[in-house]
Ligand binder design. Structure first.
Ligand SMILES: O=C(CO)[C@H](O)[C@H](O)COP(=O)(O)O
Length: 202
């Protein structure tokens, strides 16, 4: 039954299914690989990587945004900037009234962990509070970015799936450049993959 299920699906369908039900898909794929005695883990990773690229070209990429009152204005600017090309999910805050950033960051980080959103962008005054909060999540690698080169490196070397922007310390133009670099740069893998793999084992 599992074999029929796996083999009858096109890769695109599999990927879309994986996007919606990652745990169920992974479970079925594991059963299938054991049953057929094939090294499906690697083929799964390969098609995951290739389909990720295909997916990006045909589907709008999903981006989570969250901010506190200090980052609210920058969040709105970035939201407007991204809204045409990306599917943006705004987790708040929705005004400059004083708030506590974890109330907005945790839901945004959870959505990236659950793969409801591919990547996330966070804003607060210094960028630190939102970053520290996001990095409490096991599957989140959130990098504090105050210049575009740091955002590129966060993707290339750290496979960062979220960034934090210090809204009180950089210009709006620079924030947009940082966002552009973050969203257009891929993880390099290789030696960096080994290091990233070791991050959560502490
Ligand atoms: O940067 C931040 C957290 O790292 C916050 O935006 C900052 O602490 C908010 O400060 P205030 O309540 O004084 O506006």
């Amino acid at each position: 039954m599992v074999e029929v299920f796996i083999t009858n699906f096109s890769n695109v369908t599999k990927h879309l299914f994986y996007q919606s039900y990652p745990q169920l898909f992974t479970m079925l794929f594991t059963i299938y690989s054991r049953k057929t005695n094939t090294h499906c883990y690697y083929s799964y990773l390969c098609y995951e990587i290739n389909l990720e690229r295909l997916y990006r070209t045909v589907m709008k990429r999903k981006i989570a945004l969250a901010a506190d009152h200090a980052g609210f204005e920058y969040k709105e600017i970035v939201k407007n900037y991204l809204s045409e090309k990306f599917e943006v999910q705004d987790f708040g805050t929705f005004s400059t009234d004083s708030v506590d950033y974890p109330d907005f960051v945790h839901p945004a980080a959870t959505s990236v962990e659950n793969r409801e959103n591919e990547l996330g962008i966070l804003f607060c005054g210094s960028g630190n509070g939102v970053q520290i909060t996001a990095n409490k999540h096991q599957k989140i690698r959130c990098a504090l970015c105050w210049m575009p080169e740091i955002a590129s490196l966060a993707r290339q070397h750290n496979d960062a799936n979220m960034i934090s922007i210090p809204a009180r310390f950089i210009s709006k133009e620079l924030a947009i450049e940082i966002v552009d670099k973050f969203l257009s740069t891929d993880f390099e893998g290789g030696r960096h993959q080994n290091r990233v793999d070791k991050i959560t084992y502490c």
